[in-house]
Design a protein around this ligand. Structure first.
Ligand code: UDP
Ligand code: GLC
Ligand code: MN
Length: 369
């Protein structure tokens, strides 16, 4: 069921931050440079909200050395771990996120026994107000999942590191597996008596429009924003001139939080990245790439309606792609264009620019077709 179960802790403590409570930490995970960039922004956002806790990141050898050096500047500990992978493609394709098997690597966080208590945070989160009160809650405290509220979302959880718990989790992984193929299914199987805490500690960004009145009422209290879903902040396109993110269809409601994410990235992260590496890092293999390998016929034909709901967030561009099926812009064939939309790679400044599409529609109207 799982591969790579040995833990290899090889690194290192950065001394650049002095914090009051070294026995408690926020912990995150990055297995590639894209998520590592996300973790850097998350780390800076926690620092700028004056957390008093340690910051710790677990990385795999696939994170490149230049990014690892930046991580040492923000995190107190950068710990190398082996990849754990559920290898459970059947459940993962139900989730439509084939890449998430690797999230089993999260389980290593229970081996961080130098800490008495920790809060795990996904690397696709952003801190907007100090969430340190989380440390006064017991294991396992978390927020309900918006897709299935009887479960907790494993993007944020309070836990107590323990070799014993780690061993038990691996045993459950071997014996029962995970009902979603990722860590969330496994953790919900193991921690059945979890403690629910307010949504403001793991506010899924799409809540801003899936339940706008509640967002208007309570959103002001949000502390941790979660960019859950296939398209992550670093995969959006940022316009330096206007200083704002160009949000594709289906993502406009995320603009304020994406802009906050990018403001931190531009000011505090990008200056540390060698200029020649920037395009490569921001073009890090998208999780959407993996969906190319999936059987399209297995996908709910109504997926357009649900593109912003939790796990079923997949491929917001698809709906738009269908609307654009009649378009043939530039030299690209319709099939090539559709495939590109499906990969989540619209060329907003080029072929798929609003001006181009408008011109095409105008020409059709004029010719009466
Ligand atoms: N993650 C990673 N590499 C991957 C996929 C996931 O390091 O290829 C880590 C990262 O910390 C990420 C977390 O696992 O935030 C959970 O994945 P993701 O946030 O993509 O899941 P979602 O919240 O969108 O369901
Ligand atoms: C969820 C969580 C994420 C977890 C994934 C796989 O959507 O947000 O943290 O890794 O499911 O179980
Ligand atoms: Mn996440």
């Amino acid at each position: 069921m799982i591969s790579g179960t040995s833990v290899k802790v090889t690194d290192v403590t950065s001394k650049c931050y002095r914090v009051a409570n070294m026995s408690q930490a926020y912990v995150t995970l990055a297995t590639n440079d894209g998520y590592a960039i996300g973790a850097l922004v998350l780390g800076h956002s926690l620092r700028s909200n004056n957390t008093t806790r340690d910051l710790c990141i677990m990385i795999t050898p696939t994170v490149s050395p230049s990014i690892k050096a930046l991580l040492h500047g923000v995190f107190n500990k950068v710990i190398s771990v082996d990849v754990l992978d559920s290898g459970d493609s059947a459940h993962l394709s139900l989730l439509k996120r084939p890449e998430l098997g690797i999230t089993f690597t999260k389980l290593h966080c229970w081996t961080l026994t130098e800490y008495s208590k920790c809060v795990f945070l996904d690397a696709d989160m952003l801190c907007v107000q100090n969430p340190d009160e989380l440390f006064s809650h017991p294991e396992l405290t978390a927020v309900t999942d918006i897709g299935w509220p009887d479960c907790f979302n494993s993007g944020m959880f309070v836990f107590v590191p323990s070799r014993d718990t780690y061993a038990k989790l691996l045993r459950v992984a071997e014996e029962k597996g995970s009902f979603d193929g990722g860590d969330q299914g496994l953790l919900n199987t193991y921690f059945t008596d979890w403690h629910r805490i307010s949504f403001v500690f793991n506010m899924v960004a799409s809540a801003t429009y899936t339940y706008l009145p509640a967002y208007k009422q309570f959103g002001v209290n949000a502390k941790l924003i979660h960019f859950l879903g296939s398209m992550k902040p670093w995969q959006h396109r940022y316009d330096v001139t206007s200083g704002s993110v160009q949000t594709p269809a289906g993502y406009h409601h995320l603009a304020p939080y994406l802009n906050s994410w990018w403001a931190i990235y531009i000011r505090l992260v990008q200056p540390g990245i060698p200029e020649m590496d920037i395009p490569r890092l921001l073009a890090v293999k998208s999780p959407l790439e993996d969906t190319k390998k999936m059987d399209i016929s297995a996908i709910d034909s109504n997926e357009g309606r649900s593109h912003s709901y939790g796990h079923y967030y997949l491929r917001g561009g698809n709906e738009v792609a269908q609307q654009l099926a009649g378009l043939h812009l530039g030299q690209e064939s319709i099939q090539e264009g559709l495939a590109r939309w499906e990969r989540g790679e619209p060329d907003y400044l080029g072929r798929d620019s609003f001006a181009n599409i408008q011109a095409y529609i105008d020409s059709k109207l004029k010719s009466g077709k």
